[in-house]
Design a binder for this molecule. Structure first.
Ligand SMILES: Cc1ncc(COP(=O)(O)O)c(C=O)c1O
Length: 351
């Protein structure tokens, strides 16, 4: 059975969507990086080029959340994330573009952060886009952070605003993942036009909406491509459970029946250590390699961890029978400036 992206279009047709991202994003061949792996061609899906506010995966996710917000007549958007959250930066820009008021709550997730981390990169851009910034003192409390932002939404409602909360913790309808169900159709069309049939797609897996959306989209279309999620926040066991739950919810939302099997959920936490928002020397080396071989910027929190996971697998001889591998660049470029000290003082940049 050949994969049919129209099945994805049909499943998504009734979900409201705001146009925020520049689509389709390019699919680039990584000539010089691929030369390290004879017989394998590495490709990069350039979702760092989604356009809005320096790009990234969140623009696709927000098309569905903010489409829903507009359909409900909301005038204010709220959300919560890390100080260097790409999501909060993209929400701030999206709200500006759609003429909505924006409130973001920044959580202290990274200990001993540098002044650049606290002031530059994404948080600097949040200010530029005119977001109202609130703070939450705990970093690993998704439910608590969501409660705090919902309490703020209630205060705004009482003051006459019509608030819409983009949730952090898993919810019954993870609408953001629909952006990546749609991205699966975009990739399938690109592959068809380029006469490619990749065996493996590697993507960063944080909240898991990008990973689950892609996997569900491919299976709805009938594509058996392997989707490997690179853990950036939780270990592989926890993340796999989370991804399958997201996929089940997506199947229900889209009315497609069960199409993702348990064994379809593949995750690796090879590049996770030393933890969220901290990068190992292997991850820093990936930033250096991809910049110096391909002229492409990766960030240490997400995109470099995804690419590093893929390269570490290949270095260990895993996925050796693949011909074409697609690395999804999910963005995060502004965070590079917040991590300037850590990157420049790491071993790979001091050889
Ligand atoms: C640049 C970037 N890449 C990847 C991810 C992970 O995406 P998801 O949360 O959908 O798993 C994020 C999430 O914040 C991100 O900002």
């Amino acid at each position: 059975m050949s994969a049919d992206p129209e099945r994805i279009d049909a499943a998504l047709a009734s979900w409201p969507r705001a146009s925020l991202a520049h689509l389709p994003t390019p699919l680039d061949r990584l000539e010089r990086l691929s030369a390290r792996y004879p017989g394998i061609t590495l490709w990069m899906k350039r979702d760092d080029c989604t356009g809005l506010a320096m790009g990234g995966n969140k623009a696709r996710q927000l098309e569905f959340y903010l489409g829903d917000a507009r359909a409900q007549g909301c005038d204010t958007v709220l959300s919560t994330g890390a100080v260097q959250s790409n999501y909060m930066r993209t929400i701030a820009a999206s709200a500006a573009k759609l003429g909505m008021e924006c409130h973001i709550q920044l959580e202290d997730r990274v200990q001993n952060a540098s002044p650049d981390y606290r002031e530059s990169g994404n948080v600097f851009l949040d200010r530029l886009f005119g977001a109202h910034i609130h703070h939450y003192p705990v970093g690993e409390d998704e439910q608590g952070a969501d409660r705090a932002i919902n309490a703020l939404a209630e205060d705004l409602r009482a003051a006459g605003r019509r608030p819409y909360v983009v949730p952090l913790a898993p919810v019954e309808k993870p609408k953001g993942a629909l952006g990546y169900v749609a991205a699966a159709a975009e990739l399938l069309r690109q592959w068809q036009a380029m006469e490619l049939s990749p065996d493996l797609v590697v993507v960063g897996s944080g909240s898991g909406l990008t990973h689950a959306g892609l996997l569900t989209g491919f299976r709805i279309a009938g594509s058996p491509v392997i989707v490997l999620g690179a853990c950036v926040r939780r270990d592989a066991g926890q993340q796999a459970t989370r991804i399958l739950e997201h996929c089940r919810k997506l199947e229900r939302m889209l009315g497609v029946g069960v199409c993702v099997a348990g064994e379809d959920v593949r995750v690796s936490d090879r590049a996770l250590a030393p933890g969220y928002g901290k990068a190992s020397d292997a991850v820093m080396a990936t930033i250096a390699d991809v910049a110096r071989l391909e002229g492409i910027l990766l960030d240490p929190v997400y995109s470099a961890k995804a690419v590093s996971t893929a390269l570490q697998c290949l270095d260990l001889g895993e996925y050796a029978d693949c011909d074409d591998i697609v690395l999804v660049h999910t963005g995060g470029t502004p965070a590079l400036f917040a991590y300037r000290e850590e990157i420049l003082s790491s071993a790979p940049f001091n050889l």
